[in-house]
Design a protein around this ligand. Sequence first.
Ligand code: ZN
Length: 255
Amino acid sequence: MTQDRIGGTAAWAPSHLPPRGVELSARQELACAVRHLDEAGFSENMTGHVSWQQPGSDTLLVNPWGYWWREVRGRDVLEVDLSGAVVTGDWDVTPAIHIHTELHRRRPDARVVVHSHPTYAAVLAAVPELPDIVHQNSSILADEMVLVDDYDGEVDTPLAGEALADAIGDKSVALLVSHGVIVTAPTMQEAVYKSVLFERTCEMHWRLRAFDQKATPIAEVFQRQLKASLVERAADVYWDGAIRQLVGREPDVLT
Ligand SMILES: [Zn+2]
């Protein structure tokens, strides 16, 4: 079998692509992210949060405590400092903001931190068991996942956030036993795409187990090429399409 493929932008750079079609503020983009993740099954009604530390900023944007993900609007998005205090915004921030603050503090690659309890991830978190790389698009998760198998209650203090960040180390996808999942990425498009692919991978892994089947392994050399392609030349295309459809269908997300 041929293994001399390239992957990533070098192989997949397009000549032109459909445009996003709308210019978004960071608050609007974060509101689009939580609504799209909800639509894609990466949510549990109002539970969970997406935080975003913009380049050069010492504050975070985050969705407010209380609104379900599917109803968040741009104006609902909060600005909070790294101690978890609200700087601007009309609503409270979740006490679980410390899941995010400690990752933002210590991980330059974690500019976006996504946390929720999507169903299939929660099933595997209950076992607990990380999913296999069950499909070529699961390769975005190759060498990225860690299982945090020590349940230590709610993460509502900086100290608990530090302990969790210690357990996650340098991984970008953490499955938390009896709880949910954390996904980190340098950009919003990569964070959203990786989150959606993680939940889909967990569902496929669960379905294979239900039929007492194991996934056919994908050689590591291909996983690396696929991962580069998915990060470099699919996450942005995916995110632009998700925004086009969401804004067209639910224009109030921008208000
Ligand atoms: Zn949680």
